[in-house]
Design a protein around this ligand. Structure first.
Ligand code: GLC
Ligand code: CA
Length: 546
């Protein structure tokens, strides 16, 4: 299957997020690698995803799982070689699967040679590549992100006897984007991987590139300018490649990252994600409709990317204090489940392994406007391990079968980079790919189906949205439209059966065709359209004029 040549491919994509170390170990050292990942491409193709987003796989001391990069132009030796990466990329492309990699531009590891040079003396040519100061009092209005580990955004460097700026761990010094050499270098990094054929980048932590006194040092115009310059060079040299912004910000602050179609193609919708969980818990559509109403329009070639879970804690930065308390009470009763401003759990445990709620949340993920991202393992309902520190509890090895090491690796179990999930409910003997492939009604088979149904219509990735506001507020209903085609989506957020009357006057005379079974529902007449729905049920209907 060749790659789809449309330059807007990311609008129709279904993205699968995976870390190479977690997926499959080909050489028995206990760590997943590119050859292992490549050997599982058939699986991903069967699932139906069209793009892979890889977490950082570059040389790194791995003190932030690779988000602490020590060399941007190579592959961590545990994961294989550059050649292994290229083979993997080619094999993915042969299957029509695109590959998005990480560009961690804001900071490097303190082990990176640039930082080693920078700290070595105040007149080193690379001194100005990082943000140095004699005091730790600048930029006081800047929040701390890793609240549970860091006390300040400044760290003292005993080698050069000065403070350096870092928005994340203190071993991740921020690069200085006021320095043109740094900006040029980042483009060279992009160029290196683009030449090799990668299809896009997820740009990590983009709001924090530039610092200015008297601001909170986020989303500054100077930062947007850096990003626009990168985009311009991308368009000039590699049309059809894609930039995805990780900007954990409110909708109004997110909008500028799309610019005038001259900055990012895509950005994660961070504020929507926790509100989907909130709406479900409250059994009320309001958190979802409210945030989407507050979401500005984005230019035609731009796209939101939607997700339920990822490799980080479920972030509660983009909610109010009251909402955060509610989320903690609802989804992280035990304090060990909390991390920084978030919840370090996977999708299935968050939803108490309730298949109906897992399906409903995925149904919304796949039908709200944007491109969905599935976090590896969530397609089989994997669990987490809160006994592992930091965010490692949601990064355990993929569970392929019920045999030794879940089929992930042939290494002695003690040598795995992280222990497998073992508990009776989520452990690999119960939850694994092999078992789910053979069980007709498994979550895997259901996920495969919903992905296929989504891919059967361009409306999901490209259409507009219009909410219906039925009196029953436990029902979230919307019409997606593209040209003359329309799809009606109705979600019951409640744990009990509900009836709903939808105002479909404008579609009078249409019949409804349920998209999973292709069954006909009654024609829309003069009266409000009545539906009855079971707990957490949802419908996707094509509206068809006859
Ligand atoms: C992003 C990543 C996170 C990482 C941080 C620092 O937020 O998602 O995993 O720790 O950046 O690079
Ligand atoms: Ca390995």
């Amino acid at each position: 299957m060749p790659l789809d040549r449309d330059t807007l491919w990311y609008k129709d994509a279904v993205i699968y997020q995976v870390h190479v170390r977690t997926f499959h170990d080909s050489n028995g050292d206990g760590i997943g690698d590119f050859r292992g990942l490549q050997s599982k491409l058939d699986y991903l193709q069967q699932l139906g995803i069209t793009a892979i987003w890889l977490m950082p796989f570059f040389p790194s001391p791995l003190r932030d799982d690779g988000y602490d990069i020590a060399d941007y132009h190579s592959v961590h030796s545990s994961y294989g070689s550059l050649e292994d990466f290229e083979n993997f990329l080619g094999a993915a492309h042969d299957r029509g699967i695109r590959v998005i990699i990480e560009l961690v531009a804001n900071h490097t590891s303190d082990q990176h040679p640039w930082f080693q040079e920078s700290r070595s003396s105040t007149d080193n040519p690379r001194r100005d590549w990082y943000v140095w100061s004699d005091t730790d009092t600048l930029y006081k209005e800047t929040r701390i992100i890793f609240l549970d580990t860091e006390k300040s955004n400044w760290a003292w460097d005993p080698v050069s006897k000065a403070f350096y700026w870092h928005r994340f761990f203190s071993h991740q010094p921020d690069l200085n984007y006021d320095n043109p050499a740094v900006r040029e270098q980042m483009w060279q990094v992009m160029n290196f991987w683009l030449q090799m054929g990668v299809d896009g980048f997820r740009l990590d932590a983009v709001p924090y590139l530039v610092e200015r006194e008297g601001t909170n040092c986020e989303n500054l115009p100077e930062t947007h300018q850096v990003l626009k310059d990168l985009r311009r060079r991308l368009d000039e040299n590699f049309p059809g490649r894609m930039l995805l912004a990780e900007a954990n910000q409110w909708p109004a602050d997110l909008r500028p990252y799309f610019g005038n179609e001259d900055e990012f193609h895509m950005a994660f919708h961070f504020p929507l994600m926790p509100r989907m969980f909130m709406g479900l818990k409250l059994e009320d559509r309001k958190p979802i409709t409210e945030i989407l109403q507050q979401t500005p329009e984005i230019p035609p070639s731009c796209q939101w990317s939607l997700f339920l879970r990822n490799h980080d804690e479920l972030t509660l930065e983009m909610v109010t204090d009251m909402e955060r308390d509610y989320m903690y009470d609802s989804y992280a009763a035990s304090k060990t489940m909390r991390l920084n401003l978030g919840i370090r759990r996977r999708l299935a445990p968050l939803l108490s392994n309730d298949r109906r709620r897992i399906e409903l949340m995925n149904g919304m993920l796949m039908s709200l406007p944007g491109t969905p991202i599935i976090y590896y393992g969530d397609e089989i309902g994997m669990g987490d391990n809160i006994n592992l520190g930091d965010r490692n509890g949601v990064r355990t090895p993929m569970q392929w079968n019920g045999e030794t090491n879940a089929g992930f690796s042939t290494a002695p179990s003690e040598r795995l980079y992280a222990p497998l999930i073992q508990d009776p409910v989520y452990g690999f003997p119960a939850v694994n790919v092999l078992r789910q492939k053979t069980a007709e009604h498994s979550l895997f088979n259901w996920m495969q189906r919903i992905i296929a149904v989504r891919k059967s219509s361009a409306i999901f990735g490209r259409g507009s949205i219009e909410f219906l506001y039925p009196a029953n507020h436990r029902i979230l209903a919307y019409v997606r439209k593209l040209g003359n085609d329309a799809i009606l989506i109705v979600n019951n957020l409640s744990s009990t059966a509900q009836a709903v009357e939808l105002d479909l006057k404008r579609y009078k005379g249409n019949i409804l065709i349920e998209m999973f079974g292709k069954n006909m529902f009654p024609r829309v007449g003069d009266l409000p359209y009545l539906l009855t729905m079971g707990p957490y049920q949802f419908f996707w209907f094509r509206l068809r004029r006859v």
